[in-house]
Design a binder for this molecule. Structure first.
Ligand code: 13P
Ligand code: SF4
Length: 298
């Protein structure tokens, strides 16, 4: 079986498999580490293996490559892209800096390396408030997710300007609606509602807790039943950690890009050591500064 073959290849000690919490169950099962984007950034730096097999979308694999120039990052399917990351080209940041010279630029890790290279610091959905409040500037250009920008604005006195104005994740914006959550609340009146900050403000307002995917795992200790307002396979991660609890997900909330990685593709990159993630060294150097500034915040 393919799973056994992959585990056999791992015995060489050359590979570490990282998987985002939205990966299909079969991939989550063979991963050495699972996590949200912040955890995967940190883990990538602490592992001792020549090859990182990264099961996540492009910007996550790029971030691992930027942080680990001495390792080789392999991505099982190179077409696994986050459409939101493409919504903030570097040129847009340069233009906005001219318009708001007094502002700091904070970019979500869901951006391409060229955008990170233009930023003062990166953030994730787990630490956006901490990142913004750590800055001296009172005006913050924040992109590309307008909903995470809205969430962050609720927790800071600084002025947050979304960049671009309408950047969003189509899974969280269109597939997790107020109607969906209302229906689930009716079906499961005792469940706690966990919502990702990439959802629309009207959906975030229905949450008991607004959380990144790693924060959802922490909140799962606080109840027995949960409505999970994020990509559907987060429920697999939660159920595998807390098999005795109930997690209700939104079946249609699927990030098709995350699902492009499969066991045959993982096995293939491990055998061939191809599909190497490459980032232009000059861009990587500038992007690394912005990511490391975030990672230095405790
Ligand atoms: P997390 O950092 O919460 O895992 O979010 C990443 C992401 O892509 C959410 O859609
Ligand atoms: Fe990008 Fe949305 Fe998929 Fe996350 S769920 S990787 S933000 S498209």
């Amino acid at each position: 079986m393919l799973k056994e073959k992959i585990l056999e290849l791992k015995k060489s000690g050359e590979f570490v498999i990282l998987a985002h919490n939205y990966q299909i169950p079969e991939i989550q099962e063979i991963a050495d580490f699972r996590g949200d984007s912040l955890e995967l950034c940190r883990i990538s730096q602490s592992i001792d293996a020549k090859y990182i097999v990264f099961c996540g979308v492009d910007f996550m694999a790029e971030t691992a490559a930027i942080l680990n120039p001495d390792k080789t990052v392999l991505i099982p399917d190179e077409t696994s892209r986050c459409p939101m990351a493409g919504m903030l080209p570097a040129e847009k940041i340069r233009e906005a800096r001219k318009k708001y010279p007094e502002a700091a630029v904070v970019v979500y890790v869901n951006t391409l390396a060229e955008a990170k290279a233009e930023a003062d610091i990166t953030c994730t959905s787990a630490n956006s408030v901490k990142v913004v409040n750590s800055l001296e500037e009172n005006t913050i250009l924040f992109g590309p997710d307008k909903n995470l920008a809205w969430y962050t604005q609720q927790h800071t006195d600084k002025r947050i300007i979304p960049l671009p104005e309408f950047g969003h994740c189509r899974v969280h914006e269109f597939l997790i609606t107020k109607k969906d959550i209302l229906k689930m609340k009716k079906e499961h009146p005792d469940a706690l509602v966990l919502i990702h900050p990439e959802c629309l403000p009207e959906v975030q307002k229905m949450a008991d807790y607004i959380c990144s995917t790693s924060q959802m795992l922490k909140r799962a200790t606080e109840g027995e039943e949960f409505i999970v307002g994020t990509e559907k396979d987060m429920c697999y991660r939660l159920s595998s950690e807390f098999p005795e609890k109930k997690f209700y997900c939104i079946e249609k909330a699927v990030c098709t890009n995350m699902k492009k990685h499969t066991l045959p593709k993982v096995y293939s990159v491990m055998k061939k050591k191809d599909k190497i993630v490459r980032v232009d060294p000059e861009i990587a150097e500038r992007a690394r500064r912005a990511i490391e500034k975030m990672l230095a915040l405790k």
